[in-house]
Design a protein around this ligand. Structure first.
Ligand SMILES: Cc1ncc(COP(=O)(O)O)c(C=O)c1O
Length: 377
């Protein structure tokens, strides 16, 4: 947030900021979704809906699981939510009690740590690194002591790492065998580069899947997501949803039914992310920033910058001030080792990413020259 504020200040005064700090698509919702919303606006009263979402959307999501994963999920097990964020609150309240110990990866998405904390669930950080492709493993979980739950994200924010089918199955089996409730954040499904992202719904009858229209469907501000629930949590989540939210946003729900018919437009966004990803990763490597997390999915590169600084917040400030390139310091995702990392988002236009890439390369050349100059005395 500090970087975003500083970036906005610079945008106002100098107007040249390249936004590699953002965590959302740079595109609007697909055309067909916007059309459906306009029709609904003109013809629908847009009152409250069922707390778990309109049947048409729950049916359409169930069909999506058949089409995309060859999986039969009854619509009863699907609850439409106020984004993945609202879904995660419902899932946490339904699955855990105060004081339960829930493992999350470090680095990981900061809001999950903060939501668990706010609901008095004990957060158990699992430090993950390049040796396990930033994924949790049975060995790492064993070392964490007794656990009641586990949150996994694949593709993950900030690392972009994707759990393979055997890894997802191993974590699901581990959780089942030890009575842990697994929450699988699948918000970046649809945005992968040459690898498949398996759903936990196929590996576990007790896992909760958190999904959203925010990322692949490019609908962040529509505040809409969904949960795939195990049978025993369907009723508790409905009660919680009725009391906490009444219903998810009606206009968004009606429009979102069309989102599943927009693959061409949405896959076009993913193709652009893929081009941007190649550009950015190659520029970072030529700038000597070559210890990069896998970046197999989502739209982030998580880069180890420990050879440049022991304070990535300071480095991000320097890049913003001298280059007009905004990136996010790793401490947002990892309070312990995050000062060694920076997260770059490549969701903006290819022109912007190419320009940022060239400014970063120019910077590293200038720094290299200065270092050589100093070394030569
Ligand atoms: C991993 C992850 N989960 C959840 C969210 C929140 O998503 P939503 O907009 O659906 O609430 C984000 C947003 O950046 C995210 O990166």
């Amino acid at each position: 947030m500090e970087v975003m504020k500083a970036a906005e200040r610079r945008q106002r005064t100098m107007g040249d900021v390249l936004h590699l700090e953002v965590g959302q698509p740079s595109t609007s919702a697909p055309a067909k979704v916007r059309e459906t919303a306009l029709d609904a606006l003109a013809s629908n009263r847009l009152g409250y809906t069922e707390a778990t979402g309109i049947p048409a959307l729950r049916d359409r999501i169930a069909r999506h699981y058949r089409d995309a994963y060859d999986l039969d999920i009854p619509p009863d097990r699907i609850t439409v939510t106020v984004g993945a964020s609202g879904g995660f609150v419902l899932a946490t309240l339904a699955a855990f009690d105060v004081g339960d110990r829930v493992a999350i990866t470090q680095p990981g998405y900061a809001a999950y740590r903060n939501i668990l904390d706010a609901l008095d669930v004990t957060v158990v950080p699992i430090p993950v690194g390049p040796d396990t492709r930033f994924n949790p493993t049975a060995r790492l979980l064993d070392a964490a002591g007794p656990l009641d739950g586990l949150v996994v994200a694949s593709p993950a924010n900030p690392t972009g790492t994707v759990l393979r089918q055997n890894e997802m199955t191993a974590l699901a089996d581990y959780s089942t065998a030890r009575g842990l409730r697994m929450i699988s954040d699948e918000i970046y499904h649809g945005i992968t580069y040459g690898v498949a992202a398996p759903t936990a719904a196929a590996s576990s009858g007790s896992a909760i899947v958190v999904q959203s229209f925010s990322k692949y469907y490019s609908m962040t501000g529509w505040r809409l997501g969904w949960l795939v629930l195990p049978d025993d949590l369907v009723d508790p989540v409905e009660r919680l949803a009725q009391n906490l939210f009444i219903s998810p946003p009606t206009l968004s729900q009606i429009a979102a039914v069309s989102a599943f018919d927009c693959a061409e437009e949405l896959d076009g966004n993913v193709a652009r992310y893929s081009t941007n990803r190649d550009l950015l990763m190659s520029a970072l490597r030529s700038s000597g920033i070559d210890k990069l997390a896998p970046a197999e999915g989502a739209f982030y590169v998580y880069a180890d910058v420990s050879h440049l600084t022991d304070n990535s917040q300071e480095l991000c400030r320097t890049w913003l001030e001298t280059l007009g390139v905004a990136a996010t310091p790793g401490i947002d995702f990892d309070p312990v080792d995050g000062h060694k990392y920076v997260r770059f988002s490549y969701a903006e236009s290819t022109e912007d990413i190419a320009e940022a890439a060239s400014r970063l390369i120019g910077w590293s050349q200038r720094v290299g020259r200065r270092r050589r100059h100093l070394a030569d005395g």
